[in-house]
Design a protein. Sequence first.
Length: 227
Amino acid sequence: MSSMSAMSWLITLGFLLSGAGLLYYIRWVLPAQSDAKFRESLRAFSTAVELRFPHHTGMTDRVAKLSVATGRKLMLSHASLRRIDTAAQLRDIGLCSISYRLGNEKHPTEWSDAELATYDRHPESGAAMLELVPSLRHIANIVRCHHANYDGSSGSFFPKGEDIPIESRILNVVSSFVWNEKTIGSLLAYDDLERFSGSIYDPSVTAAFKSVLRSSGVEEAKSAVRV
């Protein structure tokens, strides 16, 4: 090989390697950096909501982790797991439409029926907000339905059974458990799962979630108390 041919080959190889490096950066590095910033923004926003409503402090991270773990138990796709994580972070965005007084001056157990009804509208308010953001529109219905009862008792406005998005069914089970865990304790929260499986909660999701909880010792603690 002549020195000129060798030089041309090295130049060509250099271009190929540079091109491959650029493609790798565009295809993998930039999206990862953008996704990390996006996730940081979600966490910052969910933290802001929790600061406004102290009763929810610390719940979002636990709901997101347990929801994704439950989704994995159900062998959901990577895209579905990402939707679950995003929706978990933003599921309570609708609380921004609720007065500060209701969220902070009275404990939820002291709310009147009218105040409870106001609070219960937060999924619909949150979905309406998310529909205004093109990049988040795909999770709006998940948020809207994340407290829809599996047996259809939430009313004709909501889907029921398998028509409820699987991500919503998971969030319903997990977010309800985490809320009850915080307000009445993990053992009673676990009993709530069993009592309302098939009515409020999807039985298959409940079973998968209970399997996730076993790793955290909730079921073992429950059994030990009853012995």
